[in-house]
Design a protein around this ligand. Structure first.
Ligand SMILES: NC(=O)c1ccc[n+]([C@@H]2O[C@H](COP(=O)([O-])OP(=O)(O)OC[C@H]3O[C@@H](n4cnc5c(N)ncnc54)[C@H](O)[C@@H]3O)[C@@H](O)[C@H]2O)c1
Length: 319
């Protein structure tokens, strides 16, 4: 059991605290917002209850047990006191992260590993020299208690033994750590998701299909094969000479890069900012908690089915 400090208790932080606790670690959680730190307890309890009810966490994981495993602290120094691993999950704002790392250089235990959950921002230039040898990125996907991939990227002068330590810790928690050779914004999965995002905006803006129709094409066309074959195994099944011809014909051209979308701007201007506002591309029920619970239950059912079915691609390939 390691002592883990999670800094930032927002969308990711509260869920990461739960994941590390479920992984057998003693967690301290903090946030600069008192309100967010208070809200984190209910969010963790709700997610935990869904996991227990669906067989993804043992029944002894009651709210009382959670309260023993994850404690909340207003003070940063108290949060990181005695920590072996410090998880940075604060807002993706360079100055906020720079300030926090400067504070950590003062108050973090000298041998603590520091792992940032940054999505796109290269945090390494923001980290003081004193912390460089112990700094890395461990990037999770939401909800991290269900999505197992964790991108692990060592800082430029991070000690390799510490990267091994975090890799082993994550694997022992049942996660799928993916160690990348160097930092690239968005890592692997989010870059591919970014390319899909650019493509769907293009199709929508050009009036090729509606949001619902594009989602239907993804669900019924793209998504079914992905968990079994991913991309390279699917290409092997298609036949690589077809891939070669498609490249040679130049028949696919990516959409021109854009920094704005008229459709997106209109939705946001109308206050349709996503499930928390009750609407986005779709109209949603106003009970966001219920929506998250429904999403989690469906993801659990899919995950359990996929565990049985297995995959013909990737690191756990069966045949
Ligand atoms: N939301 C996602 O799906 C997702 C997925 C992977 C990675 N990330 C990354 O994780 C990080 C956090 O993202 P999020 O979505 O949880 O953001 P969020 O806005 O929900 O939460 C960030 C929290 O950080 C707190 N905070 C800000 N400065 C702080 C400080 N100095 N000390 C302590 N707390 C502080 C804020 O009060 C806020 O509650 C970002 O780097 C983001 O890119 C997000």
């Amino acid at each position: 059991m390691a002592r883990v400090a999670v800094i930032g208790a927002g969308t990711m932080g509260h869920a990461l605290a739960l994941v590390f606790a479920l992984g057998g670690h003693q967690v301290r959680l903090t946030d600069s917002s008192e309100k967010t730190l208070a809200r984190a307890q209910g969010l963790m309890e709700k997610a935990l209850a869904t996991l227990v009810a669906n067989g993804e966490a043992p029944a002894e994981w009651t709210s009382a047990h959670l309260a023993q495993m994850v404690t909340r602290h207003a003070d940063l120094a108290e949060t990181v006191d005695g920590a072996e691993v410090i998880v940075e999950a604060i807002i993706e704002v360079p100055e906020a992260k720079r300030t926090l790392y400067a504070q950590l250089a003062e108050c973090a235990p000298k041998d603590a590993v520091i792992a940032s959950n940054t999505s796109q921002l290269d945090v390494f230039p923001l980290i003081p020299e004193a912390l460089q040898a112990r700094s890395m990125i461990a990037h999770w996907y939401t909800p991290p208690y269900l999505v197992d991939l964790v991108d692990v990227i060592p800082g430029p002068s991070c000690e390799p033994a510490l990267v091994d330590k975090v890799h082993t810790m994550l694997a022992e928690m049942g996660k799928q750590p993916l160690r990348l050779r160097k930092f690239v914004p968005g890592y692997v999965a989010n870059r591919i998701q970014g390319a899909i995002g650019a493509e769907v905006q293009y199709l929508l803006e050009e009036g090729v299909a509606s949001a619902e129709e594009i989602d239907a094409a993804i669900i019924h066309g793209l998504a079914l094969r992905l968990p079994i074959l991913a991309v390279f195994a699917k290409a092997d099944f298609t036949g690589l000479s077809l891939s070669q011809s498609i490249l040679a014909n130049g028949s696919y051209t990516p959409p021109p890069p854009r920094r704005q979308s008229a459709v997106l701007d209109k939705l946001v201007a109308e206050g349709r900012t996503g499930v928390l506002s009750g609407a986005g591309y779709y109209d949603w029920d106003t009970d966001a908690e219920k929506l998250f619970e429904t999403r989690d239950k469906k993801l659990i059912e899919l995950k359990q089915a996929l565990r049985k079915i297995g995959t013909m691609a990737g690191l756990e390939r069966d045949q």
